[in-house]
Design a protein around this ligand. Structure first.
Ligand SMILES: *[C@@H]1O[C@H](CO)[C@@H](O)[C@H](O)[C@H]1NC(C)=O
Ligand SMILES: *[C@@H]1O[C@H](CO)[C@@H](O)[C@H](O)[C@H]1NC(C)=O
Ligand SMILES: *[C@@H]1O[C@H](CO)[C@@H](O)[C@H](O)[C@H]1NC(C)=O
Ligand SMILES: *[C@@H]1O[C@H](CO)[C@@H](O)[C@H](O)[C@H]1NC(C)=O
Ligand SMILES: *[C@@H]1O[C@H](CO)[C@@H](O)[C@H](O)[C@H]1NC(C)=O
Ligand SMILES: *[C@@H]1O[C@H](CO)[C@@H](O)[C@H](O)[C@H]1NC(C)=O
Length: 809
């Protein structure tokens, strides 16, 4: 909870309630002199050219404000007329907008009367007998008679306060429901009659108040919330003390339009908009949020009695930076019930699971720094993470397990409430998802930019054919060896004995028999790659360590010493984003490598199938791969070019951290193959163009493949669809560039709500990817530069078109 700001004393003037009131009234009247009076009988009609009255300066308008693009429904509202966008600051009928043809009139008996299109009065204002109405330049609408104010909109605020407006005890601001739905929302700023100023979540539709998530407590001496004409916002106490509400600087009302609003996300924000013709520094001409309370609503809102928290049930809240909007997100395996109304929460993508529950059908996906603090129904202590997972998996009621402090485990049931994600949470949420249909994201089945599509069809076909013939692809791949770039590795001992234990490098020498036993006779094949097959195994001499055993069958046999050397250099690599080599076997014709086992398998299983990773998880994976590659290129003792970066070669560990596999193997292949395919141009898989030209092979080939893969991870789509029949799919990298170039980057992630909510980052990432896939290797950044750009340490400039076919017009 935010603590109340310390008192701010107005030195000489101790204001009393009455004095303040008098002061306020005289100010209002004095500024009321310049208005254009609205006389009795004057009428506005919704949807017509006479839809509103302007204030004398033209800054504010009062009248019918359309609530939708079709202008079929209207609010009676006051709004900033001369800003872009316009901003509604008050409305009379937010819960019951009226149709075109409705009228607003200052009646002959001196009231403001709203009649719907059927002629029935649905709202009216003023006690009657007003001779005139007026829209003031302060944004206040008043009804007056013989110079006195009978009624003013400032006394009945909706969700906004303007300079000159006060919120007295017993009054409140109520947020609107969403940015596009003006009806009563879920949050309230109340100046309680007890003297407290509080922000509270409300139950909708009834509107009862839950515990406040922010307050200024004054021991019965609060008086009113003031937004004064100079732009200061303070809570005035009865004894004259003024307490700051936000700690923002004061912006001059001469230079800026300004307003404070209880936004639909529950945050009370101050906005400023530079007036034209004023020297307002570098402020852009939009509504800039400059201050807010509370500082972090995700963290502060904790309604433990009932209620969903900041976001809807089953969702979680992630605070944006600075003044930006709160992010409500669904955990993996859940989607928004209504993406336009996120507060309605998220629903599991799989059906209710307790009937015929089979734990084997489910998986737990970890999200670090996440918690749902109030939905637990079981608590275990002194358990490890595996047990915690097990307990939740075996229990059909368990939707999420929370693991903390390496020993505490809570089981949570639906609906989850008060979900939050942030570095201030030191626990891991394990989210249960169905293995079979977990479809929180669908791959973009993209509308294709048709002009481009035609030109590139040939290319797509070449690509599809090439990759379709996997044999041919493999031949090319295996044929391509890097020889020149590796200098003579440092520190290689010529007296090295192949059969010693290599313990100084922490890698073990296994006998073939040992590995045969560990893999139960090479029974469970995990995968098959260019180098041979991989099998699952268990080492029983350890405490049941799972391993992956790779049988190499395409190796050059002549040079045993080179094999040992290469294995040794692989064994020397230690990085959290690389799959660790545990040991090897080199016995007769048998050459095997033993790796740690990655339970979640390869990234490919989480990109293009039913199970998709969340945008934030994909971002983390991109970071991980980049760091792993940077290590291989620049940071390990013998630089390693991977030569085969693709999603199949990125494995995911228990925490979904990306681990690069198969590195260092390219050198183990035959070195005497010649490149016979220099005639091939324009093929795009993950293979950099220089493979098909007579160009030196450098680290930049990995950068190219990384760029392609990065786009695949962003879009959850394969670069090339390998089915020859599916020629309608454009090549991802070109399609992506065209979308980006045409300002339609959102098409790349069009079904991915979390990515769509984060378009700034998506665009930054695709720009980096386009730099990586430049045709000219020298234009591609190094992995060092790539990581710097990803981390935001280096600005990403606009990338040139990566296409080798630059269009002629
Ligand atoms: C508007 O009405 C007020 C009295 O209600 C009067 O003093 C003022 O002069 C009028 N202004 C105009 C522009 O008619
Ligand atoms: C309006 O004026 C009439 C006559 O001047 C008076 O009888 C009536 O009470 C007034 N109404 C209000 C609400 O002030
Ligand atoms: C508004 O409040 C600030 C700070 O309390 C004060 O310095 C300023 O004079 C006030 N302005 C007006 C117009 O009352
Ligand atoms: C006014 O009241 C507040 C809260 O009760 C107190 O902290 C403050 O010292 C008082 N100020 C004066 C001038 O009495
Ligand atoms: C309150 O805000 C004003 C500006 O509005 C600032 O000058 C003053 O230092 C603040 N007081 C405290 C106690 O932070
Ligand atoms: C998941 O599968 C079940 C039955 O197999 C089906 O009823 C349900 O609609 C599927 N859900 C999604 C989101 O595909």
């Amino acid at each position: 909870m935010a603590s109340p700001p310390s008192p701010y004393l107005l030195p000489s003037l101790i204001l009393t309630r009455t004095f303040l009131l008098v002061l306020l009234l005289t100010q209002t009247i004095s500024s009321a002199q310049s208005y254009s009076n609205i006389t009795q009988g004057t009428t506005l009609t919704a949807g017509s050219s006479t839809g509103s009255w302007l204030s004398p300066s033209g800054d504010f308008a009062f009248g019918f404000y359309p609530t939708d693009a079709q202008a079929s429904l209207f609010l009676v509202a006051i709004w900033f007329e001369s800003t872009s966008p316009k901003a509604v600051v008050w409305s009379a009928n937010r819960d019951a907008p009226v149709r075109s043809g409705s009228t607003l009139q200052l009646t002959s008996d001196g009231r403001l009367s709203l009649k719907d299109d059927g002629g029935n009065e649905v709202w009216s204002a003023g006690p009657a007998n007003a001779s005139t109405a007026a829209v003031l330049d302060s944004g206040n609408v008043v009804l007056t008679a013989s110079g006195g104010i009978l009624w003013q909109s400032f006394d009945l605020p909706t969700d906004t306060l303007l300079p000159g407006q006060v919120l007295g005890l017993g009054s409140d601001l109520r947020s609107q429901l969403t940015d596009s739905d003006f009806s009563d929302g879920r949050f309230e700023l109340a100046a309680q009659t007890s003297g407290e100023l509080q922000l509270l979540p409300l139950a909708i539709p009834s509107g009862n108040q839950y515990d406040p998530y922010w307050s200024i407590d004054t021991t019965d001496s609060g008086f009113q919330l003031v937004y004064n004409e100079s732009g200061s916002i303070y809570f005035a106490l009865t004894n004259g003390t003024l307490l700051n509400v936000t700690m923002a600087s004061v912006y001059s009302t001469e230079d800026f339009f300004q307003r404070t609003r209880l936004d639909p996300d529950g945050v009370f924000r101050q906005y400023i908009y530079p007036k034209s013709g004023r020297a307002t520094g570098s402020w852009s001409r939009k509504w800039n949020a400059v201050a807010k309370v509370p500082a972090d609503i995700c963290q502060d809102l904790q309604s433990d009695g009932a209620g969903s928290g900041t976001c809807g049930f089953n969702s979680y809240c992630r605070s944006g930076g600075d003044q930006s909007e709160v992010n409500c997100l669904c955990p993996p395996g859940y989607s928004f019930i209504d993406p336009e109304r996120k507060y309605k929460g998220c629903d599991q993508d799989f059906p209710p699971i307790c009937k015929q529950y089979d734990p084997a059908q489910f998986n737990l996906i970890p999200i670090n720094n996440a918690d749902w603090p109030f939905s637990d129904y079981e608590h275990y202590t002194n358990v490890n993470e595996d047990q915690c997972r097990q307990y939740c998996l075996e229990d059909c009621l368990c939707a999420v397990a929370i693991f903390w402090d390496r020993k505490e485990c809570w089981k949570k049931k639906l609906p989850l409430s008060n979900g939050k994600l942030g570095s201030y949470i030191d626990r891991t949420a394990l989210i249960k998802v169905s293995k079979t249909n977990y479809t929180s994201l669908l791959p973009p089945s993209g509308p294709v930019i048709s002009v481009v599509k035609k030109e590139r069809k040939t290319l797509i076909q070449i690509g599809a054919v090439l990759l379709g013939c996997s044999g041919f692809f493999n031949v090319i791949f295996i044929a391509l060896i890097i020889a020149k770039i590796f200098g003579s590795p440092r520190g290689r001992s010529t007296t090295f004995q192949p059969q010693t234990s290599m313990s100084e490098f922490n890698i073990r020498v296994f006998s073939y028999k040992e590995l045969e036993e560990a893999t139960d006779g090479f029974k469970e094949e995990l995968g098959r790659g260019a180098f041979g097959s991989v099998y699952k195994g268990v080492l029983s001499s350890y405490i049941s360590t799972n391993i992956a055993v790779k049988k190499l069958d395409r190796l050059l046999r002549e040079n045993e010493k080179e094999f040992i050397n290469e294995v040794r250099s692989i064994g020397q690599t230690h990085h959290k984003n690389l799959v660790r080599l545990i040991g090897y076997c080199n016995e007769g014709t048998h050459r095997l490598l033993v790796y740690e086992y990655m339970r979640n398998g390869s990234l490919i299983g989480f990109l293009f199938g039913n199970i998709k990773l969340h945008w934030q998880q994909r971002v983390q994976i991109i970071f991980g791969i980049a760091r792993g590659l940077l290590y291989l290129h620049d940071e390990c003792s013998t630089p390693i070019i991977h030569c085969d970066i693709k999603p199949q070669n990125v494995l995911l560990d228990d925490n979904f951290v990306a681990r690069i596999s198969d590195f260092g193997l390219a050198k183990l292949l035959r070195a005497d193959q010649t490149r016979t395919n220099t005639g091939i141009r324009g093929t795009r898989g993950y293979v950099a163009p220089e493979w098909f030209k007579s160009m030196a092979i450098t680290k930049k080939v990995d950068v190219y493949s990384f760029g392609v893969m990065m786009l695949e991870i962003i879009c959850c789509r394969k670069n090339l669809e390998t089915e020859i029949g599916e020629e309608e799919e454009p090549v991802l990298i070109y399609w992506a560039y065209d979308c980006f170039k045409d300002g339609m980057a959102d098409l790349l992630v069009q079904h991915d709500k979390d990515a769509l909510a984060d378009m700034e980052e998506v665009e930054r990432f695709v720009k980096i990817a386009f730099w990586c896939i430049q045709e000219d290797p020298s234009l591609r950044p190094s992995m060092q530069k790539v990581t710097q750009m990803l981390e935001g340490a280096v600005e990403v400039s606009l990338p040139p078109d990566p296409s080798p076919f630059l269009t002629t017009n």
